[in-house]
Design a protein around this ligand. Structure first.
Ligand code: SAM
Length: 487
């Protein structure tokens, strides 16, 4: 299994563009074809969209040609993601010639940035809907039904979709994502998210608990709490994170931070596995790590993107922590929770990055020895501070070479980490058949490492203790010993 396939809970490359489907509702007559690109957040949003449209008389289809409405949930994070979506839009337009009644809509992160280009200049879509406007879909669909173009890209201060029960698209019935925040206030200079998804707001903890309890009742065994920056979660009765200063004393006293939320969720469903993603080092606090150590059902895994190992580059990226502070955080995680796996996101070739900066990244990796990693070449995004202030001056060749060095080192560390599991017996939650062998199950241990083992009589959704006999740099290979006590 390649590093990319392993892709923890970040949506893997092969799932990009998956057509999402759900069970048919008898009375629904219109057909929706929906494709998603990008991060988990986008895939999770598509579940909200499908839920809203199921109420509007739509069933999902995997047959593009028979669709009445085609929606593509888009990603802007790197140029490549946008180019992929453009190609798909060309394909949809070709199909429109065969099926002229078909309408095409763009959802998500590309909506705001490219609305006039798509609707007015190129006329390749009928509808453009930003990530905070999905509740307006029924009105927008009516507009396009009546032959007009429709657009709503308004970013909201308080929309969290807490009152929409997401349907689970293409679900394995075992693991699910639960959104807890939307938007991001961090303003990393390379990142387009604050512009495409707006300011950070947190979802009411009660509605999060209701969703988690409902998932448990429906047989789900693991949830991942989702946000661009989960550690920044803060509920004080609604409103933007940046307005917390103006909250009343009562609101402040009863506010819920991420550590508290994590504890509430873990206690609400003590047999459910709890994960979360993504953590930003500048916002991760000791009480989160302590809560993880305290509650057995919170998995021993933190996705802790660092992006660079050089203090100069971290500053230019506006990451608001130093290399030394990051090491301190890593040391604290290892001290409080020695079993904890840690993964990274890394960007190679940020503007002005020197060989020395790059070496700092490699030496930071040597210190941490990450279990997994998601590594990218810098891609300039229009509108970001880096695009406005810094020339994209690292030649493509250099970016590529540095990226490859980072990937090679990560692979070495991945193997070092997987080897530490060999000989141990670990609890695995079965998610489904192994991609490579029908005779094997695939699941994950607490650290989020993929484990494969012979099926025997176990089934999807079982918690099984597996003796680890062998490994690759990304996969553990073992055999089941018994049901774990969590069953
Ligand atoms: N919110 C998280 C954080 O701040 O670390 C992750 C957000 S982003 C959806 C996922 C990853 O994409 C980032 O951690 C970063 O490594 C990468 N990324 C974001 N903008 C990028 C850019 N302009 N060029 C290359 N990679 C980028």
């Amino acid at each position: 299994m390649s590093e990319k396939e392993h892709s923890e809970k970040i949506i893997s490359e092969e799932q990009q563009g998956n057509t999402l489907t759900l069970e048919k509702i008898q009375d629904n007559t219109r057909k929706l074809y929906i494709e998603s690109y990008g991060c988990q957040m986008n895939f999770s949003d598509s579940e909200i969209v499908a839920s809203i449209l199921a109420q509007e008389g739509f069933n999902t289809t995997t047959q593009l040609e028979e669709a009445d409405l085609v929606l593509v949930n888009t990603c802007s994070i790197r140029e490549k993601a946008e180019l992929t979506v453009r190609k798909r839009l060309e394909k949809f337009n070709a199909v429109k010639k065969i099926n002229p009644g078909m309408k095409v809509g763009v959802l998500g992160c590309m909506a705001e940035r490219l609305k006039s280009k798509f609707l007015e200049e190129e006329k390749i879509v009928d509808m453009v809907v930003g990530p905070d406007a999905y509740k307006d879909l029924p009105n927008l669909i009516q507009e396009i039904d009546e032959g007009r173009n429709a657009v709503n890209v308004i970013l909201s201060k308080d929309e969290t979709y807490s009152d929409v029960a997401p349907v689970r698209l293409n679900s394995n019935g075992v693991t699910a994502f639960v959104s807890i925040t939307r938007g991001c206030d961090n303003m990393c200079t390379f990142c387009v998210v604050p512009f495409t998804r707006g300011r950070e707001r947190s979802r009411d903890p009660q509605s999060i608990l209701e969703e988690v309890n409902d998932l448990w009742d429906r047989g789900f065994k693991e949830i991942t709490l989702l946000g661009q920056n989960v550690d920044s979660y803060l509920w004080y009765g609604g409103g933007l994170k940046k307005d917390f200063d103006k909250a009343t004393d009562m609101q402040k006293a009863t506010s819920v931070n991420f550590a508290k939320l994590l504890d509430m969720v873990a206690l609400a469903q003590p047999k459910m596995r709890i994960r979360f993603s993504t953590s930003n080092p500048q916002d991760m606090t000791l009480d989160v790590i302590e809560t993880m150590a305290k509650r057995e059902n919170i998995c021993n895994y933190i996705h802790l993107p660092v992006q660079s190992g050089s203090n100069r580059i971290l500053k230019a990226m506006n990451r608001l922590h130093t290399r030394e502070e990051y090491f301190e955080l890593i040391d604290n995680i290892r001290r409080i929770n020695p079993e904890c796996a840690i993964s990274q996101d890394m960007i190679a070739g940020f503007p002005t990055e020197t060989e020395e900066d790059h070496q700092d990244t490699l030496s930071l990796m040597e210190y941490v020895k990450y279990d997994f990693g998601f590594m990218f070449a810098y891609s300039e995004r229009p509108g970001t501070l880096a695009a406005r202030k810094l020339e994209d001056d690292i030649p493509a060749e250099t970016k590529k070479r540095r990226l490859q060095e980072i990937i090679n080192l990560q692979q070495k560390h991945g193997l070092f980490r997987t080897q530490q599991h060999v000989g141990k017996t670990e609890e695995v939650l079965i998610e489904g058949p192994s991609k490579k062998s029908d005779a094997h199950w695939m699941g994950r241990n607490s650290q989020n490492t993929v484990v494969v083992f012979p099926k025997e009589n176990y089934k999807v959704g079982d918690f099984v203790n597996v003796k680890i006999n062998d490994c690759t740099s990304a996969t553990l290979i073992g055999e089941a010993v018994e049901y774990s006590k969590n069953n």
